[in-house]
Design a protein around this ligand. Structure first.
Ligand code: AMP
Ligand code: MG
Length: 354
């Protein structure tokens, strides 16, 4: 079984188990931990809430609020759903302005900001290259693509080839062929939206997770913060590298070890380096980023993975990003954390990060 298939099977199992929300009585008998989970955005979500016991009605209300918030983001930003706002933008093969909703605009604007800050390492227009290498909705064969095809696609790949108008709320392509893929930021954005909805409902102690991107709020009744595990960047085993405690913060993780395939005998990750038009080879790198916003953390985690350990660490430190890099070594794994990461969290693991 290929790694990709195994991952899908794991996700499927988690979704199945999570479909029934379960409850756990807190030690004081007053606080109850509720877990709402299921499939979304081609992955799974889990929302844990610690609160007073909820009536069945209130429980169902919160469950459907979470679902509708996730469905809304997915319905707008999916590249798999041809009717989504993003798919319609991609199908708009024209250089005339394309009106979008506030949320889609917000994600494009944030993506652009991070593209600028990362020298183009983060680039939502790499979709055609993702597909060309066989990592997107359009699956291709198992050999490396022709260099001429890569060069041809690169003519209209580039974050600066979509012009944003914040007043008219439009996106304008400089080339009709330019398309966008929000996979590296939309899960984080969905986490932020669900968290906002919970806060608006007066819920303050929760952990929201979509496809591994998380946001924690409040402190549990035991006085403990939410504890989140960071796994080792291993292609097969699922082992915990360390844990971080979060309070009112989001953490997102990216890496070259999760989704990869071989092309002519080389293991490539699904992360495309926009500078070369090629995917990064598998090296065993994981990058976790902590930020107040899960969307920002999501985008930065991907960007720093694109840049790799050396350039990524330099940029993250310079920009004051709270980032942890876990890399594979001959004897195991080692980690390195930026000053901001060390200041924000007390991480427990077998190494002392830094
Ligand atoms: P993530 O899991 O958040 O790191 O996102 C990975 C996904 O982002 C990939 O599967 C691609 O669809 C997309 N992607 C690949 N390379 C880039 C890049 N350089 N910038 C933005 N998105 C990318
Ligand atoms: Mg990301």
């Amino acid at each position: 079984m290929s790694t990709r298939v195994r991952l899908v099977a794991l996700v499927g199992l988690a979704a199945l188990l999570g479909l029934t929300a379960w409850r756990l009585l807190g030690s004081g008998g007053h606080s109850v931990l509720y877990d709402f989970s299921g499939p979304t955005m081609g992955t799974t979500y889990s929302v844990k809430i610690e609160t007073q016991r909820l009536s069945t009605e209130r429980h169902d209300e919160i469950a459907s609020l979470i679902r509708s918030t996730l469905d809304d983001v997915d319905g707008r930003m999916s590249t798999y759903d041809t009717a989504s706002e993003l798919s319609r933008f991609n199908a708009h093969r024209s250089t005339t302005p394309f009106p979008v909703s506030e949320s889609v605009y917000e994600v494009f604007a944030l993506a652009k900001r991070i593209s600028k800050k990362t020298g183009g390492a983060f680039d939502i227009t790499v979709g055609p290259l993702v597909n060309l290498w066989g990592f997107g909705p359009i699956v291709t064969s198992g050999s490396a693509p022709d260099a001429n095809v890569v060069a041809h696609l690169r003519a209209y790949v580039g974050w600066d080839k979509i012009v944003l108008d914040s007043v008219a709320l439009t996106l304008t392509k400089l080339y009709p062929e330019t398309v966008a893929d929000l996979s590296a930021i939309a899960k984080g954005y969905a986490v932020d939206r669900v968290a906002d909805k919970l806060v608006a409902e007066g819920i303050s102690t929760f952990l929201v997770e979509v496809g591994g991107e998380l946001k924690a709020s409040g402190v549990k009744h035991t006085g403990d913060q939410w504890r989140v595990a960071i796994e080792e960047p291993d292609t097969a085993a699922r082992r915990v590298f360390g844990t971080v405690e979060l309070e009112d913060a989001a953490i997102a993780t990216s890496g070259d070890y999760r989704n990869f395939d071989d092309r002519d005998g080389v293991m490539y990750s699904h992360i495309i380096n926009p500078r070369t038009g090629r995917p990064n080879p598998y090296r065993g790198l994981l990058v976790s980023v902590i930020d107040g916003s899960a969307a920002v953390a999501d985008a930065w985690a991907t960007a720093l993975t694109v840049l790799g350990s050396e350039d990524g660490q330099r940029l993250a430190e310079r920009e004051g990003i709270a980032a942890l890099f876990v890399t594979r070594t001959d004897s195991g794994y080692e980690s390195w954390a930026t000053t901001a990461f060390r200041e924000r969290t007390l991480m427990s693991n077998h190494d002392d990060p830094g």
